[in-house]
Design a binder for this molecule. Structure first.
Ligand code: PLP
Length: 407
């Protein structure tokens, strides 16, 4: 068809009546957005006007997905993995996940306990939707990953923040957690290593959490998406605590550790009766995770792991540089994150609020980062920088922030 015919056709299209008022369901007012994607859009708009921006706003590895994983997906497409899979996932990936978690967490996992989902976020959504409703309470870390509070509110439950304390290297005080637990508490969300602070739980924390919960019928959602990205010490989890194992929904995804954010692939492990309900949520929302991504996932878990370690050590090198450099900027003070790939400096001494400084750094210095309050009220006075970026870009960001602060 020649392009000349298109305007004529458009001229003949139906005249639309004016829009009626949009009547959203009340629950939509309780669903939040995500600042990282909003800031990315603003940064891209500035770039379209010719500005150069250092992108430290989005939490995604700057590495490529390992080549052997890509090859597995290409082979899978050729082999016909282009149709639906069972909602709970392909048997080969569920088996690979069971084997991997048995190895990494030292607790026997059966494939019937594994549900494959498209990424990390779906597990947050499904866990809350399956377990919490109006009248229930969901305890979540604050500052914390925004979906926890947003989805808990969306479900009709009351989100109850537990404050992460900077002076405790961004862990929470388990005594405070014990005070927040009520008869209405249905779910406690844990995230270690933690976004946005890089804080990690200790084994003592896990033991104390078990004591605080006692024999109450409360579930834990353990978001371990940064579990392979630890810099100091070892990764600990409630999943292999004898008193917490059955009450824990373990979740992980391929996004961060394997640089597979766009593949939309993750998994959750839980008691088999709950896994059936989780799968029903998959059936009703996305039917299944992408079949050829799942074959790539088998390769990611079972194949060569050297790239995971390469990325981890690169992130550690960048962390060491960036935190040291931030601490030399007047008004900035930053704890050393023990895992994940974020820096969360306290910037109260600059005299700006976190929102003001994040906006000024983007507009005036060309550095995109996020205000701490994008992660909840207790993030006030902090900024979040993703250090999943090249050394050159991190150095450029430091130079630009220093230049801005000196002005
Ligand atoms: N949980 C945490 C703590 C995260 O930081 C993220 C992503 O940034 C997710 C879950 C969601 O992961 P995905 O992008 O795979 O949905």
């Amino acid at each position: 068809m020649s392009t000349a015919t298109i305007p004529n056709q458009a001229a003949e299209t139906m005249k639309k009546p004016s829009l009626q008022p949009l009547r959203l369901a009340p629950r939509m007012s309780r669903l939040g957005g995500e600042a990282a994607f909003e800031t990315l859009a603003r940064a891209r708009a500035l770039e379209a006007k010719g500005r150069t921006i250092v992108h430290l706003e989005i939490g995604e590895p700057d590495f490529e997905t390992p080549a052997h994983v890509c090859e597995a997906a290409i082979g899978a497409i050729r082999d016909g993995y282009t149709h639906y899979s069972p909602s709970a996932g392909l048997a080969e990936l569920r088996a690979a996940v069971a084997q991997e978690i048995t190895r990494s967490h030292g607790v026997a996992v059966d494939p019937s306990e594994v549900v494959i989902v498209p990424g990390g976020k779906p597990s947050v959504f499904y866990a809350i939707m399956a377990l919490a409703a109006a009248g229930d309470e969901v305890i979540y870390p604050n500052p914390g990953y925004p979906a926890y509070e947003s989805v808990a509110g969306f479900s009709g439950a009351t989100p109850v923040p537990i404050q992460l304390r900077e002076e405790m290297d961004f862990r929470f005080d388990v005594n405070e957690l014990a005070d927040k637990i009520t008869d209405r508490t249905r779910l406690i969300i844990l995230n270690s290593p933690h976004n946005p602070t890089g804080g990690v739980l200790t084994q003592q924390d896990i033991n104390d959490i078990a004591t605080a919960i006692g024999d109450r019928n409360i579930m834990i959602l353990s978001d371990e998406i940064y579990g392979k990205l630890i810099f100091d010490g070892t990764h600990v989890s409630p999943f292999n605590h004898p008193a917490l194992h059955d009450r824990t929904i373990f979740m992980d995804a391929f996004s961060k550790a394997y640089a597979m954010t766009g593949w939309r692939l993750g998994y959750a492990v839980m008691r088999p009766d709950l896994a059936k309900h989780f799968s029903r949520l998959v059936t009703n929302t996305v039917s299944c995770s992408t079949s050829f991504s799942q074959i790539a996932g088998v390769q990611a878990l079972m194949g060569d792991q050297s790239q995971v370690e390469t990325m981890r050590s690169q992130f550690q090198r960048r962390r060491d540089y960036f935190i040291d450099a931030l601490n030399q900027i007047p008004g900035f003070s930053c704890r050393l994150p023990k895992g994940a790939f974020y820096a969360f400096p306290n910037i109260t001494a600059t005299g700006y609020t976190d929102k003001e400084l994040a906006e000024k750094l983007l507009d005036q210095a060309g550095v995109a980062c996020l205000p701490g309050t994008a992660f909840g009220e207790y993030g006030a006075g902090h900024l979040r920088f993703s250090i999943a970026n090249s050394m050159e870009n991190l150095e450029l960001a430091v130079e630009r922030i220093q230049g801005f602060v000196k002005k």
